[in-house]
Write a new protein. Structure first.
Length: 251
């Protein structure tokens, strides 16, 4: 399939409709299976035509549940990105899935309570697609971190328009999860002023976890502490941002 696609293992028809609306609007095709057995069969058939971008699996399915589906993935040695989901009253299943995913060597990238946060789901899928596209084209991948949705999406558009692979995160904690998984990232571009973990704290932890990743910081206010890291002040012109980003990656 030339168009990227995801495999969704879920029997909930309403869930199918809202996922289709959100994901296919972003250019990602959706293939459905109503239970674990059907999903595993679909995945086996898929091998002849490449592989899906990711798998989205409901932990509560008829006949065989999400745990059985995960067991089947592990038996096949599947390392495709896996996103689990369940109702908010059954969130403990997401914790169980995370523990089993680690024990069974699965590539579990997120666990979502229902009703789904479609922005979060779409951001995860677009991040995965960016990494896949960048790897195919051997392009540097930039991880954009900003808690402001408008600013983050603007910077994603600037970098992707310039030919970079781009991932995004809405917080320092979310960015660290991406880095801990060892996902391809060449440059961490982070806002300094964020709730929870600020840009300085994120940069320090990122440098510890992934010393191979270059770091570029930004803020709409002058720096209130000294840093040896590259910095570009907001508002910036697109050309200036790209110039500093390229210099940081190549430096």
């Amino acid at each position: 399939m030339s168009q990227p696609a995801i495999l969704v293992a879920a029997a909930d028809l309403f869930l199918r409709r809202i996922v289709t609306g959100a994901v296919e609007g972003a250019g990602i095709h959706v293939v459905y299976a109503e239970n674990a057995s059907a999903a595993l069969e679909a995945l086996d058939d898929w091998d002849e035509h490449g592989q899906p971008l990711a798998i989205l699996a409901d932990m509560m399915m008829p006949e065989s549940d999400g745990i059985e589906f995960m067991r089947g993935l592990a038996e096949r040695g599947c390392r495709l990105p896996l996103i689990t989901m369940t109702t908010s009253s059954e969130e403990y299943l997401l914790r169980i899935a995370a523990d089993l995913g680690e024990a069974w060597g699965l590539n579990l990238v997120d666990g979502l309570p229902k009703p789904l946060d479609l922005r979060r789901l779409l951001r995860t899928l677009l991040n995965l697609r960016a990494v896949t596209d960048a790897a195919a084209a051997e392009r540097p991948v930039i991880l954009v971190v900003d808690d402001d949705d408008v600013c983050r999406e603007l910077m994603v558009a600037i970098f992707s328009g310039a030919g970079f692979g781009v991932r995004s995160a809405a917080s320092g904690a979310e960015a660290l999860e991406i880095l801990r998984r060892g996902d391809p990232v060449g440059l961490l571009f982070s806002d300094l002023r964020m709730p929870g973990m600020n840009g300085f704290a994120l940069a320090a932890e990122a440098a510890r976890l992934r010393p191979d990743v270059k770091i570029l910081l930004t803020s709409g206010a002058p720096l209130d502490e000294e840093t040896s890291l590259p910095f570009v002040e907001k508002p910036f012109k697109n050309d200036r941002l790209l110039e500093v980003a390229r210099a940081t990656i190549g430096g």
